[in-house]
Design a protein around this ligand. Sequence first.
Ligand code: NAD
Ligand code: ZN
Ligand code: ZN
Length: 348
Amino acid sequence: MKAIQYRRIGAEPELVDIPSPVPGPGQVLLQVTAAGVCHSDAFIMGLPEDRYGYGLPLTLGHEGAGRVVEVGPGVDTIDLGTDVVVYGPWGCGMCWHCAQGMENYCSRAAELGIRPPGLGAPGALAEYMIVDSARHLVPIGDLDPTTTVPLTDAGLTPYHAIKRSLAKLRAGSTAVVIGSGGLGHIAIQLLRHLSPARVVALDVSQTKLDFARSSGAHETVLSNSDAAGEVRKITGSAGAALVLDFVGLQPTLDLSMAVAGVGSDVTIVGVGDGQAAAHVGFFRGAYETNVAVPYWGARHELMELIDLAHQGILHIEVERFSLDDGVEAYRRMAAGTLQGRAVVVPGL
Ligand code: NAD
Ligand code: ZN
Ligand code: ZN
């Protein structure tokens, strides 16, 4: 089968031909219908050898959708032919966090060598993929896999990040979204749907700001050295109740802490090397600001998102690529010219 693999440290991913996998006991084989391309893939492929821990060759793709075409021995909770999306942050299913549905925070995954697809285990950028357990599948019914697959990460991650702060997003409050790309444009829509907060979105170009506005942002601000002052003009002295930083570099973390209001949440989602620590101390920053770094989301939260998608309230912007053109999706991501999520559709 065709697959897109990261094979050599520092090199581009490659389109390769590899044997189709066969499901073992407890496993499910999906014929992939769609696979999302995430900025985190670019991040891990940019790591030097001594910090790269995902194995080589690595079939990429931690956002997957597919049709169940074969099951291994012992699998009796999902029917052949079911269209599904894959819950990616696989856990052991047995520990306290997993029992809450929060397999993203499984306390035993590292010890047991359990890795997410596309981030250690073979991923979705292929014609077929193995899912380790039917527990990690969410049926999607008649939803379009191409526009639904980004919900597994670009949707789930902001959904989790927003839900934990919902009580702070009262009428009259402001939520700030830094980075209006794949995750950011869904975050804006979720904020608008789940809360009465005013949404201020930032990005580095007018095109991206127009995109943020069409996704539902009330206000947009160019992310430059004047940005904190511009956001403060909108929030007034209250500052923001929630800042979602989808970049995570030092300039955006400085910005996040500069616009955070008293009792706010600063939530760092972007995988950058910035630090908020310099802004935390008695004479720095707003009182009672909580800084958190969430990872992905919970199983039940993905189910909730799929239910939201069935309500038709989400408009996921995608650019489609065939598997043959999958490497090009990464080039476009690096060039910053993607609008929304790049999705590879093997059948295209
Ligand atoms: P993306 O490339 O689609 O979007 C990033 C956006 O940020 C782009 O629109 C870009 O123009 C904008 N941007 C870049 N520099 C900026 C700056 N200085 N100020 C404002 N905007 C800026 O990326 P994505 O796939 O949406 O991922 C966003 C981030 O979230 C990445 O760092 C990714 O690794 C991370 N991520 C984290 C988790 C998690 O669990 N914490 C999950 C998924 C993705
Ligand atoms: Zn991701
Ligand atoms: Zn666990």
